[in-house]
Ligand binder design. Structure first.
Ligand SMILES: NC(=O)c1ccc[n+]([C@@H]2O[C@H](COP(=O)([O-])OP(=O)(O)OC[C@H]3O[C@@H](n4cnc5c(N)ncnc54)[C@H](OP(=O)(O)O)[C@@H]3O)[C@@H](O)[C@H]2O)c1
Length: 319
């Protein structure tokens, strides 16, 4: 009778743990917790009551560590070149989340060291640092930074671990200046080729909240697509007109073919190969967003009903 009771309890706990968004007991290892998105994921995981271990490099400033510790995050210091230390950091972990940022040495090589450690420690799930438009549907060679994700994806898909990429479009926060779309001083919205091509945007915080929820789920699909908002250049112009009370007009910059030529020229004149975001890289992102093939469909926004999505209007109307 007692044994049956335990079994029933186990079954109930198993069913509950299998439900979406229900916290699992396993530790989440977060790589890149010292970065912008990584810090937000750490906060989102802590807010959900997850057991979080941050993988940090030796030499990480004490104040950064103190901030993470104040969230209840456990710190695991390891050099990515030290396989034993990396494996130890992965022991007992249910999901590795990577929010690393960089070029080939980071997105391909450091993430591969992380993947090897995860596999060696028997970690069942891995979320790579993808957080972009849908590079799986864009042709290789159109975007250097997306090609690095593609290269790591090949390794990840061969590894004995269940992987989930979170694809979120561009960070909505970048509409406030970082992305060359809304020209606030000139009251123009720039577009390439097609003013009606919708582009996907998700804020950093919403991306972090969704990633934390996905990390804590026992099982998730290979790709999860989210977009807090999807707007074309024409819709952004209308939105800005509404928000500012001043008329925003569209400004056609040229065709995608022209942009392709400009990218090649910029890359030849100012290659800046070691820079993460040289001007031609930003142009490649613009090209891919207006290309349309990287649009995120269908969306998994409803996967965790408790999450709320921040619109482009909220971001652009914020003081
Ligand atoms: N969709 C979008 O619009 C968009 C925009 C921006 C970024 N992103 C993506 O979001 C992700 C996170 O970017 P972020 O802006 O949050 O990056 P970030 O603030 O620059 O943080 C990068 C993190 O990576 C770590 N890191 C860098 N080089 C490393 C190495 N060689 N070995 C180990 N760790 C290393 C850093 O650790 P240290 O503190 O030790 O240096 C830091 O924790 C990336 O995939 C990025 O491409 C997407």
């Amino acid at each position: 009778m007692f044994a049956m009771g335990i079994q029933t309890l186990d079954a109930i706990i198993g069913t509950l743990a299998g439900k979406r968004g229900v916290m699992t007991e396993q530790t989440i290892l977060l790589a890149g917790a010292t970065g912008d998105l990584g810090g937000r994921i750490a906060r989102a995981l802590a807010a959900r009551g997850a057991a979080v271990r941050a993988l940090v490099r030796p030499g990480t400033p004490p104040d950064t560590l103190a901030e993470l510790r104040s969230l209840g995050v456990e710190i695991a210091g390891a050099d990515y070149g030290d396989a034993a230390a990396m494996r130890q950091a992965c022991e007992g972990v249910g999901c590795v989340v990577s929010a690393l940022s960089g070029l080939e040495d980071v997105l391909v090589e450091a993430q591969t060291r992380l993947l090897e450690a995860a596999v060696a420690a028997g970690v069942p799930r891995f979320i790579p640092s993808d957080f972009a438009i849908d590079f799986t549907r864009l042709p290789p060679g159109s975007n250097r930074n997306l090609d690095l994700r593609r290269a790591f994806k090949e390794r990840l898909d061969r590894a004995p671990v269940a992987a989930t990429s979170v694809l979120c479009g561009a960070f909505t926060d970048m509409l406030n200046g970082a992305a060359p779309l809304i020209l606030f001083k000139r009251r123009r919205v720039l577009y390439w080729q097609n003013a009606d091509q919708r582009m996907d945007f998700t804020t950093r915080d919403d991306t972090a909240a969704f990633t934390a929820a996905a990390a804590m789920e026992p099982s998730t699909p290979r790709i999860l697509r989210i977009a807090g908002d999807s707007r074309s250049a024409r819709e952004l112009a209308a939105l800005m007109t509404e928000i500012s009370g001043e008329r925003y007009r569209l400004l056609r910059a040229g065709s995608l073919r022209t942009l392709g030529v400009l990218i090649r020229i910029a890359r030849t004149v100012a290659p800046q190969r070691d820079a993460l975001y040289p001007p031609w890289q930003g142009m490649q992102y613009m090209h891919d967003m207006f290309d349309g093939r990287g649009q995120l469909q269908p969306l998994d926004n409803g996967r965790y009903p408790e999450l709320r999505w921040t619109s482009a209007r909220e971001v652009l109307a914020a003081p």
